[in-house]
Ligand binder design. Structure first.
Ligand SMILES: *Cc1c(COP(=O)(O)O)cnc(C)c1O
Length: 497
């Protein structure tokens, strides 16, 4: 299968798309078509371990990888040493019509692991296929979860290095400790004196700089991206939509062929886009419900057709969704533009130049046949954590709670009680202070460090503190580097390492 750029022009193989990440001219790579699967194919997944389910989906897209390469990659990624449950992505029943798809059982306790445990293998295989002998240098700007997941994925992977820039004051205590205690001989973590936008802008500048690419080349290194614009991060996410559906059917909860709603807490639009890919391949999906926090630019987009970034940026209790420019939406735009790369380029130029674009009413109506969008603010999210706990005894993190709240509102509004799967993207222990305050009142976390909050949470939820969190207490801080937000300073930090 070939891959095209959303802005027209490029035609590459799967391995080239994964190796380079971004298409020339700033477009994103999309598959030439959506492979079709049958109901029997979906059913057959339920008897396979997760690694084999992943291989089954990947092999439909990654045609220039051999079946053996794909099987090796998924077997190395989805192992009991790296995930704390043998199902890898278990489905948990909340009530007779609602399930959580738990994607936080990996090494960094957030759903980013589902893709970033696999991506390094796909990148190394792609390098080999394309005769790339230089060291693959992964650069990441993170608002918290992607950084640690990329570090864990690429740690000690031969032929690669991974450098993460995080905003000095923009991540939770647990997230910061997770990153700065990372071992491995090829990892680097650097605090940027600034906010996430400064870190992200700096990294984007480095990706676009010919001079920097040349200096890296002289050092025998080539740049690549682990951000969710890389198709190699998207395709592993398609897997768990099929996996969840196959599990529900095998458990007798849903009849094969019955449509299901998926509710997805959304930031960069990568996770929910994977659900849309699954639907296009033949997964019985009724609606994809896009759940945002107070940074509700996507809610407005789906409701009006206008994508408008002229608005305040809020720091919320679901920081991994604090984003105003959802990069992966471009892949959806490409489809509603009937794969007209020129039209997508016009919209993206408008976004860059005036901060907004409109897709028009007709295209918006087409989207609304599948998508529904809603949002929850911090107060509603906290209420939701408490409500859900009272009704089901289940403690969810702030991001997941945004989604269950949006589902609650959607059902009240539409009376659509179709089976719904809520994608649960992080462990509550990653955001324990906010979760604890939601359950026990505002003062409950005051004066307590993250570890004390985690212990309190364990008493309430009965779920033991994950060892990834408790171990942080003992681990030495290995990364203390800082740099200014000046891209030249960031470049130096990468080159010196
Ligand atoms: C990244 C992230 C999201 C948002 O996912 P997108 O693919 O960016 O839409 C939601 N929840 C958590 C916990 C995350 O880390």
């Amino acid at each position: 299968m070939s891959f095209f750029s959303t802005r027209g022009g490029a035609v590459v193989t799967a391995s080239q798309a994964i190796l380079t990440g971004l298409a020339p001219g700033g477009g994103l790579y999309v598959p030439a078509m959506y492979p079709q699967v049958s109901r029997a194919w979906i059913s057959s997944l339920s008897s396979m371990p997760y690694a084999e389910r992943a291989a089954a989906v990947l092999s439909l897209y990654l045609e220039d990888y051999t079946p053996q390469e794909i099987a090796d990659a998924t077997a190395m990624a989805y192992t009991p040493e790296r995930f704390d449950t043998p199902e890898i992505a278990p489905v948990r029943r909340l009530d007779s019509t609602t399930w959580l798809l738990e994607l936080f059982h990996g090494p960094t306790l957030a759903f980013k692991d589902m893709a970033l445990q696999l991506l390094p293998h796909l990148v190394c295989q792609a390098a080999r296929k394309n005769g790339e002998n230089r060291e693959i240098s992964i650069l990441v700007a993170t608002s918290g979860d992607t950084g640690k997941a990329a570090l864990e994925g690429f740690r000690d992977v031969p032929g690669t290095s991974c450098t993460v820039f995080y905003p000095e004051e923009g991540v939770s205590d647990i997230q910061k400790l997770q990153m700065t205690t990372t071992g491995g001989s090829n990892t680097r973590v650097i605090a940027v004196e600034g906010n996430f936008d400064d870190a992200q802008t700096g990294v984007k500048t480095l990706f676009g700089s010919k001079d920097f690419a040349e200096r890296m080349g002289v050092a025998g290194r080539v740049l690549s991206s682990a951000n969710s614009i890389n198709f190699g991060r998207l395709v592993p996410q398609v897997v768990y939509y099929f996996s969840a559906y196959a599990d529900l059917c095998a458990g007798g909860e849903v009849m094969m062929g019955d449509p299901v709603n998926f509710v997805v807490p959304t930031g960069n639009f990568g996770d929910i886009l994977a659900g849309w890919y699954a639907m296009n391949m033949g997964l019985p999906v009724k609606r994809l419900i896009c759940a945002s926090n107070r940074n509700n630019v996507l809610t407005d987009f789906f409701n009006t057709g206008l994508y408008n970034t002229h608005r305040l940026f809020y720091k919320t209790t679901s920081p991994s969704m604090d984003i105003l420019v959802s990069s992966n939406l471009e892949r959806l735009l490409y489809e509603i533009a009937d794969r007209d790369g020129d039209l997508v380029r016009v919209w993206m130029d408008q976004l860059k130049e005036k901060g907004s674009y409109s897709v028009g009413e007709q295209r918006r109506d087409e989207l609304m046949r599948t998508f529904t969008a809603g949002f929850a603010n911090d107060r509603e999210t906290a209420e939701e954590i408490a409500t859900l706990y009272a009704h089901t005894n289940c403690v969810v993190d702030t991001h997941t709670a945004v989604a269950t709240r949006v589902l609650r509102d959607y059902r009240a509004r539409t009376h659509d009680l179709s089976p719904a799967v809520v994608v649960s993207t992080a462990s509550p222990y990653k955001f324990c202070a906010d979760v604890l305050s939601a359950l026990k009142g505002k003062g409950a976390a005051e004066g307590k460090d993250a570890f004390a909050c985690a212990e309190e949470l364990e008493k309430i939820s009965g779920v033991p503190v994950p060892r990834q969190v408790s171990a942080l207490r003992e681990l030495p801080v290995l990364h203390k580097r800082r740099c200014t937000k000046d891209p030249e300073d960031m470049a130096r930090a990468v080159l010196e390492a």
